[in-house]
Ligand binder design. Sequence first.
Ligand code: TXA
Ligand code: MG
Length: 324
Amino acid sequence: MESYTALIGTDLDLACEALVQGKLIGLPTETVYGLAANALDEAAVIKIFQAKQRPAFDPLIVHVSDIRQIPKYTAGLPEGLLPLAEQFMPGPLTLILPKKNIIPDLVSSGGPTVGIRIPAHPMALKLLQKLPFPLAAPSANPFGYISPTQASHVAKQLSHKVAYILDGGPCSIGVESTVVDATTHPIRILRKGGLNLELIAEKLGYWPQIQEYSSSNPKAPGMLESHYAPKKPFYLMPKQELINQSFEVSEAVLLFGEWDKLQAENIWQLSAQGDYAEAASKLFSYLRQLDEDESVRAIYAHNLPDIDLGRAINDRLRRAAAKV
Ligand code: TXA
Ligand code: MG
């Protein structure tokens, strides 16, 4: 496999050139940074699995620039989902649809479906519009580790595996897209993400079913229990339990909302105002900073209320705390 010390920059032509040559790039999106390759080129896609050390049974999301591209790669949108797609694509929504043969089996891990997403990041959209092919892109982190929300995160871990890193600034949303199985009616949520279930329900007129994750769930093979995990000990508990403990300086505490009773010195506030979007945008970069900080021995966090983006955040916290 090629080895690089990747350039970081904003040059779309360089990014295009690398992709046309079958190389990998770091791709900014509004959710997290992606590790992107030509989705129609198996030889390029295989490099994604190698670079991430990702198991081949975990399928990739295909990124396109426009809703009108969807029928090229899939059986098309079910009629009832058109309002949802029109409202939230581009956006943090991935729709799982029956795939067409043009999508290599490697992308879908041999399955009959493919996830399609239109990123709402101007740089990603411009790039996709310039390219004659869609982009397969998982999050640009080694398999199981914290997802990247800045170009520097990608450089730190995958610099030698990518030909170029497009720097689109910090990701505005900060957690991955909401993955929706659109092959069933009613639709089912496979991964809670950057698009709220409340907003989906409002558009659909019904509350979607939620598929609880498990590694044995064949519909969502990549949704392994331990994921997004820092290398350090990470503990998740109810807020009240956190209050009842006292923490040393070497024990960092992730907090959401104001809280004067907490007996801790090393507090990392996700959002003092209790704003879920702010908390989501900070979560992964805080986890990374804490994981890298040598003075921190362990990380503690509490569950958020299970509403709004709190659902997606709780999911990430739960899996960061899970042991393999
Ligand atoms: O926000 C995002 O979705 C980011 C950015 C880069 O677009 N991408 C991302 O990709 O998070 P990844 O590969 O880290 O996570 C995709 C998840 C995996 O858990 C995978 O199992 C699931 O989506 N997935 C992909 N294709 C699928 C399919 N055909 N059926 C079921 N699950 C699928
Ligand atoms: Mg991922």
